[in-house]
Write a protein that binds this ligand. Sequence first.
Ligand SMILES: [Zn+2]
Length: 141
Amino acid sequence: MSQHFLLSAKARTLSLAAVLRMSEEEAETAFVCIRWAETEGKPVCIHCECPTVYDARRPCGVLRFRCKACRKDFSVTSGTLFAHHKMPLRNYLAAIAIFCNEVKGKSALALSRDLDCQYKTAFVLAHKLREAMVAEMKGRI
Ligand SMILES: [Zn+2]
């Protein structure tokens, strides 16, 4: 008798325990690897798709990339649902892990308690995650 997929190790790609053990730099690396999975984690310009991109981290420590061809700056979340984010990236990974691993759905109130943020923040974040899930499933059903 074979094991159900959800019980296998392949189903546990992003666990809350792993996210909570991450530093902010490790969370940035995880986001970069997820965002540019086609190029094996190597950033590509979001404006002109040039593969030559420099690390242009700000003096305050915020991660930014600069394209060699068009010289425009962008971040790992530019052009995504998490663009112009205010919380640390690790919180967004935790929100994804909490929200997606909850089988019967996660309320915004419970998410706000888990992330220690306001209800409205959790509400908007939950809707962004739902929107991303719909966009991922579009055309498959
Ligand atoms: Zn460019």
